[in-house]
Design a protein around this ligand. Structure first.
Ligand code: IMP
Ligand code: MG
Length: 210
């Protein structure tokens, strides 16, 4: 492990997750939605996001898509189902850690998942590397932060299976050849007005009424 320079701190990520969860809660109010976690990278974001959704009957599913060989994107992702997933006629949200070239999500959203007959498919990504896009067929409905074209780790994202456990997103110091101070500010500027959780509207161990 080497030193990781923080690009998005934990507090900023947590605030943004609350904002996205609020939007999903409004969009799917009173409905059932199947949230699909794309392992391994999306797991921390997925868990946090689902826990902040209120008033929606959230079902959780998991699949594993492999597309990265260390840093290089692989245009032919493979998909493994750990369990059988039933999304026939269901509203689905695919949850990913990051969209870069767009190949992984394009394959999942336009080829793999439609074979299972869902009613609708939307995408939630924690990060969007907009400059990396090579295929533009997928536009995430829910995005955490647009990030610059830097290789990032943490909050589920890895470099050769390292750093996934970090609670913040950062850049390996050895790969940094410029200041990221401005990027940090640009990312923080993407936050909306802080969401104040309504005590009576949170699960928090109380009865759940969906
Ligand atoms: P895409 O197919 O190029 O859009 O790549 C998406 C996948 O590549 C993500 O789910 C990640 O697993 C991986 N990926 C892309 N950029 C990064 C990065 O900066 N750090 C770690 N993984 C990345
Ligand atoms: Mg991934």
């Amino acid at each position: 492990m080497e030193k990781v320079v923080s690009l998005i701190d934990k507090e900023t990520i947590d605030l943004r997750i609350k904002e996205i969860a609020k939007k999903i809660s409004e969009d799917y109010k009173g409905k059932e939605v199947v949230m699909i976690c794309v392992l391994k990278g999306a797991a921390p974001f997925f868990t946090d996001l689902c826990q902040e959704i209120v008033g929606v009957n959230v079902k959780q599913e998991y699949l594993k898509a492999s597309s990265y060989d260390k840093e290089e994107s692989n245009k032919n992702p493979t998909v493994e189902y750990l369990y059988k997933i039933d999304i026939k006629d269901k509203d689905v949200i695919v949850v990913e850690d990051i969209i870069d070239t767009g190949y992984s999500l394009d394959y999942l959203v336009n080829t793999e998942l439609p074979m299972k007959g869902p009613k609708s498919i939307e995408v939630a990504v924690m990060l969007d590397k907009t400059e990396g896009r090579e295929v533009g067929t997928v536009t995430p409905k829910y995005t955490g932060f647009a990030v610059p074209d830097l290789f990032v780790v943490g909050k589920g994202l890895d470099y050769d299976e390292e750093y996934r456990f970090l609670p913040f997103v950062g850049v390996l110091e050895s790969k940094l050849n410029r200041s990221i101070d401005q990027d940090i500010q640009n990312i923080k500027a993407q936050l909306g007005t802080p969401v104040t959780p309504k005590e009576d509207n949170k699960f928090l161990g109380k009865n759940v009424n969906i």
